[in-house]
Design a protein around this ligand. Structure first.
Ligand SMILES: Cc1cc2nc3c(=O)[nH]c(=O)nc-3n(C[C@H](O)[C@H](O)[C@H](O)COP(=O)(O)OP(=O)(O)OC[C@H]3O[C@@H](n4cnc5c(N)ncnc54)[C@H](O)[C@@H]3O)c2cc1C
Length: 461
């Protein structure tokens, strides 16, 4: 959770430069509940009615709401009755996919295809088939939305796991359900989530050392035995839990680094502290490219940023108290980019003017202010061995989601968590992976199975 300091016309501001969409609050409630505490005592969140505001440069805009009926009306007005009914059917389908995979995949140790079959059960084989791993998300969305703009809007959920809707399995339609189930705005921004978790850890006796680069995982007698820091300091331990990208394991001297078939998306981002005018920004905003397919062809085939990319803006003060007109506000602006930050550099300046012009075409003017850019090379420095990929490996093809590393690394005593391992990327999934890794670690230490309680929607697992 990056907090980027940006100078602006009215002074400096701290801007969330990493994740901004907070979902699956129950996972975090569960973490606190497990420690005998309550999330609500440490984190102020409120749900938002307006999930996201979408605009197309060719014209037209659509707000999506937490209330399905409200979205149905908005979609009906935007695209017509067939798409409105399609949206209802799509919500039912994405909810069903989520239900099938909630306890069998998301909240459980990484399954093989056979495990998954076993967990879901032969009686529910039809449900598993309905998760549609063998269809692409783009083609499945065509069943629901005659209007290609809506195919584009809901196809964008593939990018939440750094993937292209043309290659991601239709199973990932479940991301839409996760958002429908609740998008939360956090007082103090996403940084407050990390602070709350750090506080919880400290009250449980954990010690945190920030700004300490691990250069090596120590191995003794064939087991992980601690870590070595950049300055040469060694910290010994009975077990090591690594939550950097699993692709970095080899460079840290641990065997078993997975070789991702294809890296997920990277990004060029700007944290901006400036006034805006023209377009009425919501908290989450998406300005869509006219040619969405070209955006992903450019990234995954030609390793380029397309000339006219889709632009996401998180206007971080909106949804709380809106900034007064003309006053600077905090924005995270993001465009997708290939994860080649370890092979070549992207000059953010080459893309800044283009991005401004595209936003202007939608009516949004961003005034004078401060800005801090991060390119794939910058993300590669933050997340070693990734090339700047923000979400581990791309979820392309029917089995990619089953190929992520699990909680136990190949090296005994080494455990893996984070967005590059099972159950996948995103803040709640990474938190879930930490819970799964902790359970495996305790299980191995005790020499017996540690039961993992899983009660979604009712305070975690
Ligand atoms: C710009 C951006 C936008 C995103 N938007 C969203 C969103 O809206 N919602 C959402 O849910 N998710 C979003 N994500 C994804 C989400 O942030 C990640 O999936 C999640 O944070 C992964 O958690 P993690 O613990 O695996 O890794 P991280 O949060 O990346 O933390 C791992 C930390 O380990 C450090 N590290 C790595 N290697 C070493 C080493 N050798 N020594 C010391 N430290 C090391 C890294 O520097 C990093 O600080 C976004 C990510 C980015 C970058």
């Amino acid at each position: 959770m990056r907090h980027v300091m940006v100078e602006g016309p009215e002074g400096r501001a701290y801007i969330d430069g990493g994740p901004t969409v907070f979902t699956m609050r129950w996972i975090f409630e569960g973490l606190f509940a497990d420690a005998g505490e309550s999330l609500a005592d440490h984190l102020a969140v409120h749900s938002t009615d307006l999930l996201a505001r979408h605009a197309w440069r060719s014209g037209g805009g659509l707000d999506l709401f937490a209330d399905i009926d409200r979205s149905v009306d908005a979609i009906g007005e935007f695209a017509g009755a067939a798409d409105a009914q399609g949206y209802r059917d799509f919500c039912a389908r994405s909810a069903a996919i989520y239900r099938t995979l909630e306890t069998s995949f998301i909240g459980a140790e990484r399954p093989s295809p056979l495990d998954l079959l076993r967990r879901v059960g032969l009686m529910r084989l039809g449900e598993l088939w309905n998760t549609a791993p063998f269809r692409t998300m783009w083609s499945a969305l065509g069943d629901y939305f005659p209007d290609p703009r809506l195919q584009q809007l809901f196809g964008r959920y593939a990018t939440y796991v750094g993937s292209s809707p043309w290659f991601a399995p239709a199973t990932l339609m479940l991301v839409a359900h996760v958002e429908q189930d609740g998008v939360w705005l956090v007082r103090g921004g996403m940084r407050a989530v990390a602070d709350a978790l750090r506080g919880l850890g400290e009250r449980q006796g954990a010690q945190f050392r920030c700004g300490a680069d691990v250069t090596r995982i120590l191995v003794e007698n064939g087991r992980a035995a601690g870590v070595e820091l950049a300055g040469g300091e060694r910290i010994t331990a009975d077990a090591v839990l690594f939550n950097g990208d699993a692709a970095a394991l080899e460079s840290l001297g641990a065997p078993g680094a997975p070789r991702p078939a294809q890296r997920s998306l990277s990004a060029i981002t700007w944290c901006v502290n400036a006034p805006t005018s023209g377009f009425p920004l919501a908290h989450h905003n998406v300005f869509f490219a006219e040619d969405y397919a070209e955006e992903f062809r450019a990234i995954f085939d030609r390793r380029e940023v397309t000339a006219a990319p889709t632009i996401y803006i998180c206007a971080q003060d909106r949804g709380h108290a809106a900034p007064a007109p003309g006053m600077p506000e905090r924005l995270l602006i993001l465009i997708n980019a290939p994860a080649d930050g370890d092979r070549r550099d992207f000059d953010a300046a080459d893309y800044a003017e283009r991005t401004h012009a595209l936003l202007r075409a939608c009516g949004l003017e961003i005034g004078q202010g401060g800005s801090v850019a991060t390119t794939p090379s910058g993300f590669n420095a933050l997340f070693p061995a990734t090339g700047g990929a923000l979400y581990g490996q791309a979820s392309h093809g029917p089995t990619a989601t089953l190929k992520r590393a699990g909680a136990r690394a190949r090296l005994p005593g080494l455990y893996l968590a984070g967005g590059s391992v099972h159950p996948g990327p995103g803040v709640p999934m990474a938190a879930m992976s930490g819970r799964l890794a902790a359970a495996r670690l305790l299980e191995d230490a005790a020499g017996r199975a540690t039961p993992v309680r899983f009660a979604p929607g009712a305070g975690g697992f």
